[in-house]
Design a binder for this molecule. Structure first.
Ligand code: FAD
Length: 636
């Protein structure tokens, strides 16, 4: 148990204060949250939470902070709410961070407990998963083991799986190492808590160091492609030109890259025949049409997707096998051509000797796995790829820098109609009305399934009753998702244990676009008929359309509430550019042929090699890049 008894007492009281009618009087919920705290990857984060909770029980601290000379557990319910509200809306960033840490842990744990969300009118997934066999047989590692191969690929997501399949097709002996487990249709319970825990990195609890941005990424065989929303845009021409011209990478503008993108799109079945609007999309389209703003059908990588009530849960894996993730495409291709796959395998280091990569060192449970290989392809995603290279002693000035995150947020609308925002096609429509505000930088509008955990994260907390009331309106909540193309990035470094630490601050330039996005999203929801409009801020700030200046007043109140860390909820679904490709070892991590500068036989082939953010959902771009990477690796 990470938390001390004193901290656990405080956690129980926090749980009871945040959540109306927490089950088991808060004790059960606190125990579950404590379990999640124990799963946090960084010891520093676990220790910080323990200390914070112990401080809540200090009379002196509470006297100084809130003028209440009592431990939290001895305060009256009204005092506790006042006390926590003070943390939520404090002018001091560390206090807001502390509040958000607890609010996210407690409310998400509560609303993802099976059955709890029924009171919200949320039915949960339809029945149990189908009993289908598992076609892939991962290699069992039952003792300390050494394997040899031509190429070892670390990570099995959009980048890794494509490289593995293409290299295997070219006759290479390939081993794929994946940190996550092997879960297929038969395992997709689509229960939120279970899905987050089994399929997402760190159980969905990853965030930037200051918690200002929630980091969502897959960690299962197939990586992000298993949990993603199937939107499959090709790399925009303007972005390809930018990468070619401004980053010294002419191949991005050429026919070779077009062929790679086309090949990947064919293999994952990209089409626009599965864009039946969900309730969320219908609201979006209504608003866009009323305003005369651009909208279009989303290309999706699905085959035979029913787009009905059973859909929308596929952020926790598609039970129908309709989503053409790498789990059902490139990984079986790789296996059919002899590739070996090891799951639950955490690669700790790339072995580098005299400037040459010779393999990797990994852990599978309690066993050591050594893989000796002629070449190593790192494809752990944009958070873990730089971390692995840093752990392996690679020193390059650009390593871990320029991390782009496509910061995402949303504006919500209370509708008369039952939107049931968790269900229907994952994403069907989008708008590029504001995608090019300045040299290709701006934002897209898309929707995304809103399950109880999403609303729990987004809904401002001011009191348990107000929060419960907001959650109770889930079924009538519409969402206008904002996806920002960020121009200025953050950084991945590692802590003493080698865990990634992510620092990211929305730049002034990007914040101006975000500001515009919030106002435009509100205008859209207003046009679509929303009765009340709000943003996921630390404070409840909403408006009811009608009066002429209502929206402008709302924007002014949002501004006054502040845009600092943990004042507006931001999340990233797309991590990119932390090992970027370029023409010089001073400003990039890999050369135009995916080789890490200065290390022979070491390649990177995932979203981390993007020179900048892509501006569109990145999966297909990653696959196109990985397809080409395999071809250049074969020729080396
Ligand atoms: C909820 C959600 C929805 C999304 N929706 C879309 C969408 O609709 N369209 C779109 O284009 N994109 C979408 N994305 C993003 C897209 O899925 C990712 O950008 C893409 O999967 C990234 O590919 P990658 O190869 O860089 O990394 P990943 O696909 O994340 O694969 C990296 C893999 O490496 C493994 N790994 C990490 N560290 C290690 C280690 N040390 N040892 C071994 N293995 C390791 C991880 O477990 C993971 O499986 C979404 C993402 C999420 C989370």
């Amino acid at each position: 148990m990470t938390l001390s008894p004193r901290a656990l007492t405080a956690l129980r009281v926090v749980a009871e204060t945040l959540v109306d009618g927490a089950d088991g009087g808060g004790a059960d919920l606190a125990r579950r949250v404590a379990g999640h705290v124990a799963m946090l990857p960084r010891a520093a984060d676990r220790a910080e939470l323990n200390l914070l909770l112990k401080l809540f029980e200090s009379r002196v601290v509470n006297l100084l902070i809130a003028g209440i000379p009592r431990p939290l557990s001895a305060m009256t319910p009204a005092q506790r709410e006042h006390y926590l509200r003070g943390w939520a809306t404090s002018r001091l960033p560390p206090r807001r961070k502390a509040f958000q840490a607890l609010k996210r842990l407690v409310t998400v744990a509560h609303y993802t407990t099976p059955g709890t969300a029924r009171v919200l009118g949320y039915p949960g997934p339809p029945g149990p998963p189908p009993a289908v066999p598992k076609p892939i047989r991962p290699l069992a590692i039952t003792r300390d083991t050494t394997l040899t191969c031509d190429v070892v690929v670390v990570g099995s997501g959009a980048g890794g799986a494509v490289v593995a399949a293409e290299l295997a097709a070219a006759g290479k002996d390939v081993v794929v190492l994946e940190k996550g487990g092997y879960h297929n249709e038969a395992d997709f319970t689509q229960q939120e808590g279970d899905g987050l825990e089994r399929l997402y990195d760190a159980g969905g609890l990853l965030a930037t160091r200051d918690l200002s941005l929630v980091i969502l990424q897959g960690a299962t065989l197939g990586g992000g492609t298993v949990v993603n929303y199937t939107t499959s845009f090709a790399t925009p021409e303007a972005v390809r030109d930018e990468w070619a011209q401004e980053h010294g990478l002419p191949h991005f503008a050429g026919a070779e890259f077009t062929r790679s993108l086309d090949a990947a799109a064919r293999r994952i079945g990209v089409n626009t025949d599965h864009a039946m609007p969900s309730g969320r999309d219908r609201v979006l389209i209504r608003g866009l049409e009323k305003l005369g703003w651009h909208h279009g059908l989303l290309p999706r990588n699905v085959r035979g997707c029913s787009q009905d009530d059973a859909c929308g849960y596929c952020g926790y894996g598609c039970r129908a096998g309709a989503k053409q993730s790498t789990l059902v495409t490139y990984l079986p291709d790789a296996v059919a051509r002899g590739a070996r796959i090891v799951v639950d395998c955490d690669v700790r280091r790339v072995a580098i000797s005299a400037g040459q990569a010779t393999g990797v060192e990994a852990r599978v449970g309690t066993h050591a796995l050594t893989v000796r290989a002629g070449a190593v392809v790192v494809a752990c995603g944009s958070i873990h790829s730089p971390a692995l290279l840093l752990r392996s002693g690679v020193h390059l000035p650009a390593l871990g820098r320029f991390l782009a995150l496509h910061p995402a947020t949303a504006v919500f609308g209370a509708m008369d109609e039952a939107v049931r925002p968790w269900t229907g096609t994952l994403q069907a429509h989008y708008s590029d009305q504001f995608a090019d505000l300045d040299h290709g930088y701006g934002f897209k509008f898309e929707t995304a399934p809103v399950h109880p955990s999403f609303l729990a994260l987004a809904a401002p907390w001011e009191s348990a009753a107000q929060y419960a009331d907001r959650m109770g309106r889930l079924a009538h909540t519409a969402v206008c998702g904002i996806l920002l193309r960020d121009r200025f990035g953050g950084r991945v470094s590692i802590d003493r244990e080698g865990c990634p630490v992510v620092d990211y601050r929305v730049s002034r330039y990007d914040a101006a676009h975000l500001h515009r996005a919030l106002a435009a999203a509100a205008e859209l929801l207003e046009a679509a008929g929303a009765r009340e409009i709000w943003a996921p801020l630390a404070r409840w700030i909403s408006y009811q359309p009608g009066a002429k200046s209502a929206r402008a007043d709302w924007v002014a109140r949002v501004d006054a509430a502040g845009w600092g860390a943990n004042q507006l909820l931001l999340a990233t679904f797309h991590q990119m550019a932390s090992c970027r490709m370029g023409a010089s070892a001073q400003t990039s991590v890999v050369d135009p042929e995916h080789r890490v500068w200065g290390v022979r036989g070491l390649y990177v082939a995932d979203a981390s090699v993007f020179p900048t953010s892509s501006g569109v959902n990145p999966m297909l771009t990653i696959m196109g890049i990985a397809q080409r990477a395999a071809h250049v690796i074969v020729t080396h």
